[in-house]
Design a protein around this ligand. Structure first.
Ligand SMILES: *Cc1c(COP(=O)(O)O)cnc(C)c1O
Length: 352
């Protein structure tokens, strides 16, 4: 067991629970029926997020998945094609909802550790021809989850989006963890956002709210997303209780992401010193650590199971890869305790 007996749960930053202060704010949130646009807390949150990203409007949405899919559906029609990186969330982890719901297809492009260059996209626009789908949208992900929380370098993002706009394409950002990129780079959210037509932002990841995302863009596109959200059953009523938590998270939990980043760096450098473990990237950019275990340790699933018995929870993401995500509910002060536990478990494995 870990020293205090409370597990260190690094499986995901979605595991954060509302803090006592957040619950306090939720308990006192003013509410109304948001389908009538009468929930003051939802309206306040939407204004806050739109301003934060420097756009005209924002819409509070139940999940990041719905927010991304609305981002695609407002830009594309049946027979349209979106371009995205092979490992991205929109393509891999949302059931291809754009195909199921909108008759939209995706063309994936292999990034370098999840990162794309404008030069890779240049040849990917389909000619105008009745045989072909119509290339319409570029989707980027920042930070990139499966690339280990990697930050898409600002200049590359800018180049890709300006290339796309020069070629009559639109751009959507899966910014589930955009605020991690903002804190890690010091580049303002408005600066990242100016290159995109729509941005999806999650409140329920590292920001620590229990539920919710927002889609942000110009007024026309957000009006269309509002209609489609209702179609998908995403119209909520007294959602102000949730919006108040998200608003609190935006005010109180952004700066502290720096601590999660430091935590991930410390965890990664400790892991790098353990025999049989290799980091998949150098020092992590943000709050995600990806590492590989040698066969001598066993499979990722078996190792993760043994760790969990000792009070350190992580996620096996493939046969030999493990993901650890730092967040609000795993205090930085406990990182060495976590590393000691991992070393002990690894030493208990025979034949090392
Ligand atoms: C978690 C996540 C989402 C989806 O969020 P849900 O709220 O779980 O639907 C989208 N994109 C990325 C990169 C994510 O990590």
């Amino acid at each position: 067991m870990t020293t205090s007996g409370t597990p260190l749960d690094y499986r995901s930053d979605t595991l954060t629970r509302p803090t006592p202060q957040m619950r306090e704010v939720m308990a006192h949130a003013a509410v109304g029926d948001d389908v009538f646009a009468e929930d003051p807390s939802v309206n306040a949150l939407q204004n806050h997020v739109a301003k934060l990203l420097g756009k005209e409007a924002a819409l509070f949405i139940p999940s990041g998945t719905m927010s991304n899919q609305l981002g695609v559906l407002v830009h594309c029609q049946g027979g349209d094609e979106l371009l995205c990186e092979t490992g991205c969330h929109i393509y891999n982890y949302e059931q291809g909802a754009f195909a199921q719901l909108g008759g939209i297809v995706a063309r994936t492009i292999d990034g370098q550790q999840g990162l794309l260059h404008a030069s890779q996209l240049a040849t990917k626009i389909r000619p105008r021809d009745a045989h072909l789908v119509r290339t319409r949208l570029v989707c980027l992900e920042n930070t990139h989850n499966m690339a280990g929380g990697r930050i898409h370098p600002y200049e590359q993002v800018k180049d890709i989006c300006s290339w796309a706009h020069d070629h009559d394409l639109v751009c959507h950002l899966d910014g589930a963890r955009l605020m991690n990129a903002v804190v890690a780079t010091g580049i303002a959210a408005t600066k990242w956002a100016q290159h995109f037509d729509t941005i999806s932002l999650c409140f329920s990841k590292g920001l620590g709210a229990p539920v919710g995302s927002a889609l942000v863009g110009d007024r026309g596109v957000i009006e269309m997303a509002h209609r489609k959200r209702k179609m998908l059953g995403g119209g909520m009523r007294q959602a102000g209780i949730l919006a108040a938590a998200a608003d609190f998270a935006l005010t109180e939990h952004v700066d502290r992401l720096a601590e999660d980043h430091l935590h991930a760096k410390t965890l990664a450098s400790g892991l790098a010193g353990i025999e049989g473990i290799q980091l998949m990237q150098g020092s992590p950019d943000t709050n995600i650590v990806l590492f590989q275990v040698d066969p001598v340790i066993g499979s990722a699933t078996a190792f993760v199971e043994q760790l969990a018995h000792s009070g350190v929870k992580m996620l096996a993401v493939s046969e030999n890869r493990i993901r650890a995500v730092t967040h609000l509910d795993v205090p930085y002060a406990r990182v060495s305790e976590g590393l000691d536990t991992i070393k002990r478990v690894r030493d208990q494995i025979q034949n090392i």
